[in-house]
Design a protein around this ligand. Sequence first.
Ligand SMILES: [Mg+2]
Length: 230
Amino acid sequence: MITTILWDVDGTLLNFIAAEKAAMKALFKEYGLGECSDERIQRYSQINRKYWERLERGEITKREVLVGRFIEFFEEEGIDISIAQEFNEKYQLRLGDTIVYCDDSLDIIRSLQGKVKQYVVSNGTVAAQTKKLRLSGIGEVMDGIFLSEELGTEKPNIGFFDKVFEAFGEVDKKQILIVGDSLTSDIKGGNNAGIITCWYNPGKKKAAEEYKIDYEITDLHEVYEILFPL
Ligand SMILES: [Mg+2]
């Protein structure tokens, strides 16, 4: 029986693409950088993904992700890279401004209150996530929030999960489910930690063999079947 859910936030409970788009468009306007087309955002998104994957493999630091992605993106777009650091700081706050739920995530987590313990496990920045979790109402539903920046280590590292389990006190890993959209951070992290994994895969992507995926869902409502099988 699953008693505890560890929820990823970006791309799982909240639509990250929508927030990213809105934040970029707003900042391009603020800095007078011209039109931020969808193609431009897509190019940024690819660079961003690449940097996060490097972090997940332990090749670079979080700081290098946050500023480095904008330096590379600005270089490619012919934009002055000296604004990268400040742009990133503003971007973090802007990211928290646009709240779009995945499926009916807020209703779902609300309906699970009192039935299972629920925690956020996120690699997002404290600045962005704090705002997002407050404005979305997700924060107040959770029994606890674990942000990598505060723990000093990221998913998929076992150290991240060790700190989470430490906070729980007694832990039965067979009763803990992680739900997330990322194979490289959520599923790999769950595998490293020895807990049950649920891959939220609305895009119906193919997964590499190396991941141990216990459940795969394309809609968050499917968690009910995992939690309360007939
Ligand atoms: Mg995610």
